[in-house]
Design a protein around this ligand. Structure first.
Ligand SMILES: NC(=O)C1=CN([C@@H]2O[C@H](COP(=O)(O)OP(=O)(O)OC[C@H]3O[C@@H](n4cnc5c(N)ncnc54)[C@H](O)[C@@H]3O)[C@@H](O)[C@H]2O)C=CC1
Ligand SMILES: O=C(O)CCC(=O)C(=O)O
Length: 425
């Protein structure tokens, strides 16, 4: 697919510029600033896997554990050819801010494998996942570092990880260690609602933001980049509330329909095609470079990082950006959007529904409980709403943008934890 040729920042540069901007503003303790600027551990593993044709391929996997001042490391695993140490480092740091902001007893980690999963059979992906889990060894654990799904990984991937991990621990410990991963299938300890939780949080961000301005979602128009777990579920909830999906972009195509794209129809079309929206008959295909500049009320980047660069931001007309993806806006893009008075609801809040739900799944497994969908979604809504209101208060009281407000709350909680441990004054 043809993409615009623009100079992209590294993801780590993006998260560091966000961190430094906030640390300067809140005059963060210099020692805590040093600690939070680096990862606690960075694990790189190379592991061989036998392919279907009998050949052997060696893969590279990453797990970066950024910080665990607030609790065990937590964060997803991504299978994508852009996964490298820079991406894992950045994504792990975002997880630290996200779990802190959400008020969870977790730190931040992230990882994955540098791989294009579309090139492999299901059997190969299973063997790759099991070998990766084995290679990570005791670097992950239910009270130490708990992975979850991210791009190109799903409940099945988590089930393979859990199953492989169980085979490495004593038999008597297996049944009560299912919280080694979250985002599992329901039959092996997954939580009702974890599948939709991230998209639900993106939707709720829009609803709460607009309600505060005396507006409603009904008849608002939106566009979504990425039609996977987050993009699909965010669209599902938004359309249910009366909003209209004008355009969708994924790794293969960009679709547009003025009257509104049928979200469920598109999901049915894309599912069996390894998630590709290409060739959907009930919308027109438009050039990818026209996507972000479309007239609409809301833009939801829900794919990769650093998609909204300066060139892209200059084209954006929508007043509201909901960051479903992690790190979709680079520094220059953000400066332009803020100058143009757009509001960005930042990733560390906007997509936090996923990790909050993962926390519920972890608790459910740990306590031997079974929650139903109503209980799980009700608790998620309550937590997201409280967190949204806290950030909103900070925005209004300090007259700052939403990202800076969210970062200040997140970093302050970690600063307090270090101070109360008595490490720094
Ligand atoms: N799954 C989850 O619970 C959470 C996911 N996120 C973030 O949300 C984003 C999406 O994750 P998922 O929906 O889980 O992944 P997914 O694998 O289900 O879907 C990814 C989507 O992005 C599209 N995509 C990939 N490269 C693209 C490109 N160059 N241009 C346009 N579209 C492209 C894919 O075609 C696919 O539609 C990621 O940034 C992830 O880190 C954040 C919090 C939780
Ligand atoms: O559910 C989780 O533990 C983490 C999900 C994730 O990777 C993210 O929020 O970016």
């Amino acid at each position: 697919m043809k993409k615009e040729k623009t100079k992209k920042q590294s993801m780590h540069a993006t998260v560091m510029s966000q961190f430094n901007k906030t640390a300067d503003r809140m005059d963060l303790n210099v020692n805590i600033r040093k600690i939070l600027s680096i990862s606690n551990s960075e694990i790189i593993v190379h592991f061989p896997v036998k392919m279907d044709d009998g050949s052997v391929e060696v893969f590279t996997g990453y797990r970066v554990q950024h910080n665990n001042a607030l609790g065990p490391y937590k964060g997803g695993l991504r299978y994508h050819d852009t996964v490298d140490i820079d991406a894992a480092r950045a994504l792990a740091m975002w997880m630290t801010w996200k779990t802190s902001l959400a008020g969870l007893p977790f730190g931040g980690a992230k990882g994955g494998i540098e791989i294009d999963p579309r090139k492999y059979s299901i059997g190969e992906l299973e063997r790759i996942t099991r070998r990766f889990t084995y290679a990570l060894g005791e670097n992950i654990g239910p009270e130490h570092d708990i992975p979850a799904p991210d791009i190109n990984t799903n409940a099945q991937t988590m089930a393979w990880i859990a199953d492989t991990y169980m085979s490495t621990i004593p038999t008597s410990e297996r049944s009560h260690n299912r919280h080694i991963v979250t985002g599992k299938p329901l039959g092996v300890g997954g939580l009702e609602g974890r599948d939709r939780a991230t998209g639900y949080g993106v939707f709720l961000s829009a609803k709460l933001y607009l309600e505060n301005k005396g507006e409603r979602l009904e008849d608002k128009t939106f566009i979504v980049q990425g039609f996977g777990n987050v993009g699909y579920w965010a669209s599902h909830f938004l359309v249910k509330e009366g909003a209209r999906l004008l355009a969708v972009q994924d790794a293969h195509a960009t679709l547009y329909k003025k009257e509104g794209i049928d979200v469920e129809g598109l999901a049915v079309h894309s599912n069996p095609r390894k998630g590709s929206i290409a060739d959907y008959p009930d919308a027109v295909t438009i050039p990818p470079e026209d996507f972000f500049g479309l007239e609409c009320d809301i833009i939801i980047p829900a794919a990769l990082g650093n998609q909204i660069t300066a060139v892209v931001a200059e084209k954006i007309k929508a007043p509201l950006i909901l960051e479903g993806a992690n790190g979709p806006t680079d520094k220059e893009g953000e400066d332009i959007l803020l100058r143009n008075n757009a509001t960005i609801i930042p990733d560390i809040f906007c997509n936090s529904g996923g990790v909050i739900s993962s926390y519920f799944e972890w608790l459910q497994n740990r306590n031997g409980e079974l929650w139903d969908l109503e209980e799980s979604m009700g608790k998620l809504q309550k937590k997201l709403t409280e967190n949204f209101k806290r950030i909103q208060r900070e925005v209004e009281e300090k007259n700052i943008d939403w990202r800076t407000a969210a970062y200040m709350l997140a970093i302050s909680r970690i600063e307090t934890a270090y101070q109360q441990r008595g490490i720094f004054p």
